[in-house]
Design a protein around this ligand. Structure first.
Ligand SMILES: *[C@@H]1O[C@H](CO)[C@@H](O)[C@H](O)[C@H]1NC(C)=O
Ligand SMILES: *[C@@H]1O[C@H](CO)[C@@H](O)[C@H](O)[C@H]1NC(C)=O
Ligand SMILES: *[C@@H]1O[C@H](CO)[C@@H](O)[C@H](O)[C@H]1NC(C)=O
Length: 485
């Protein structure tokens, strides 16, 4: 899904007659456009999956710090090294003068390949398929005050509505991140890559190049969804951009099932990355028990072998469905999903109220945001039973949820400009002006967080307290002297 988002944006750019060289995990169909050259990091993806081999079900039960320390940064290090060593990438790094790039578009955790922008003397555009991390926001100059905004990939807290304890962990995380000691092995692996794979003729660090050449960030966020934050002028929000007009369903089995479900359908899908096994046998049984007691029909994206005996009559399992088109069917009344941003957008675009069981990353935060807007109910996969689910199905069927989601959709689609045109306009503007459109406002953290001012203030308070103490002491001593005389 995430890949679909990125490839769609690249597809639109390629359609404008630009020459594109794309490196990615998968190859996509760009209508055989002769201007598009694709290289697939197939080997490095296989290696990445081997190194970072923990299921979403396991990740949900792990602390994020443990995931980073134990697996993620090493896996990113391995993958980035493999990507750099890709023969086609090596050609670009060695830059024989044959090819000249006007722009680097990137979406990755380790920014080593930002050095390509230095080699080709061109700007960088950053893409994010979900709400950007603290690092991405602060690089482009967005407000990252941790008492207002938490990192939504780590904490499912509502921006601006955090309790004291939530603010405490958000602030702690933020300053730990600033001081780089929260994730020392992350830094360690970044430096390891720089040592092991030096780029010819480049003496700068990748993060320096990245910060100085970053001209624009395109985020798949939307203020209507609840991604409300003070943004610098160099962040463009294109949430809902990937949702196309609904197409006729070509899978007739699914189409007939939806057509004939007069009591309405609940669609259940945990996205393309999460496997049914990730949600666990126990949960599957709870879902089936609850579904057996509703009058709705259920269409469930399911990829596990299962005993047909235990499947209630009103449940249909299918291993694939074009979700966005299925949701557009008038008989679909509710969707149960994992809170992925793209699925959430699709459900809003089709005005389908939601029940969300978040697993990892930003899904918890997405679920909270939609529950806060009363278009979804947020449940926990590790703490629910069939009665809770039946109650949620009943609650979310209320007209309130449907009305709210209709309103939300209308609001989100009331825009001066199509999001695709918006993205293309800003990318081409960066190319036209060679990245000079961004007035770089990167300031030192001492300045940003008023550290020097607080230091001065503490010194003044100390001086005042000390002088008060000295004056009072003198006064009392004199007073004692007068008394004794
Ligand atoms: C390929 O690029 C050329 C020159 O930029 C352009 O004229 C042509 O229309 C492009 N082809 C496609 C299929 O976009
Ligand atoms: C991940 O680990 C499991 C066992 O824990 C194994 O069966 C599976 O093949 C591994 N996947 C990859 C891609 O290495
Ligand atoms: C569904 O519930 C009914 C009772 O209401 C029960 O007889 C039936 O066995 C259940 N079906 C499944 C597949 O569990």
């Amino acid at each position: 899904m995430r890949l679909a988002f990125l490839s769609l944006l690249l597809f639109i750019i390629s359609d404008r007659g630009h020459q594109l060289t794309i490196f990615g995990a998968h190859a996509f169909d760009y209508n055989n456009n002769p201007n598009v050259t694709q290289h697939v990091f197939s080997e490095s993806m296989v290696n990445y999956r081997k190194t970072f081999n923990i299921t979403y079900g396991q990740q949900k039960k792990m602390h994020w710090l443990r995931i980073i320390l134990m697996h993620e940064s090493y896996a990113c290090y391995k993958k980035t090294s493999d990507d750099i060593l890709h023969p086609e990438m090596q050609k670009i790094i060695k830059n024989d003068g044959q090819e000249k790039f006007d722009l680097i578009i990137m979406e990755c955790a380790f920014c080593q390949l930002a050095l390509l922008a230095e080699i080709h003397d061109c700007p960088i555009v950053k893409l994010t398929a979900s709400e950007p991390s603290v690092a991405s926001h602060s690089n482009i100059g967005n407000d990252v005050n941790p008492a207002i905004y938490s990192d939504s990939t780590r904490f499912p807290y509502l921006h601006g509505k955090m309790t004291f304890l939530e603010r405490l962990s958000s602030v702690f995380y933020h300053f730990a991140y600033l001081c780089s000691f929260s994730i020392p092995n992350y830094i360690y692996y970044m430096q390891k890559i720089e040592k092991e794979h030096p780029f010819p003729g480049i003496t700068k660090y990748a993060h320096e190049v990245y910060n100085s050449r970053l001209a624009l960030m395109i985020a798949n966020t939307s203020p209507e969804f609840g991604h409300v934050r003070a943004l610098s002028p160099y962040t463009i929000q294109i949430g809902f951009f990937h949702v196309e007009e609904p197409k006729e369903l070509t899978n007739f089995e699914v189409k007939n099932y939806l057509d004939s479900s007069k009591n309405g359908v609940i669609v259940m899908s945990f996205g393309s990355a999460i496997k049914t096994a990730d949600i666990g046998t126990e949960s599957i049984e709870k879902f089936l028990k609850a579904f057996n007691q509703t009058s709705y029909n259920i269409l469930w994206k399911f990829d596990e072998p299962i005993d047909p005996q235990i499947i209630p009559k009103n449940v249909k399992l299918t291993n694939w469905m074009p979700l966005s088109d299925v949701l557009a069917h008038p008989n679909v009344k509710i969707i149960i999903h994992h809170g992925g941003l793209l699925t959430s957008y699709e459900a809003i675009a089709r005005e389908v109220p939601q029940i969300i069981f978040p697993l990892v990353y930003d899904e918890g935060a997405n679920a909270k945001l939609l529950a806060d807007r009363q278009v979804a109910i947020d449940l926990d996969l590790d703490d629910f039973d069939e009665f809770r689910l039946i109650q949620a199905i009943r609650d979310v069927s209320a007209p309130l949820f449907k009305d709210n989601i209709k309103q939300l959709r209308t609001l989100a689609y009331d825009q001066p400009m199509n999001k695709k045109d918006l993205a293309v306009f800003h990318i081409e503007k960066v190319i036209r002006h060679k990245g000079r459109n961004r007035h770089n406002m990167n300031v030192d953290n001492t300045v940003r967080y008023l550290f020097d001012m607080y230091l001065l203030l503490s010194f003044v308070i100390f001086l005042m307290t000390a002088s008060c103490y000295i004056i009072l002491r003198k006064f009392y001593l004199n007073f004692d002297k007068i008394k004794s005389e």
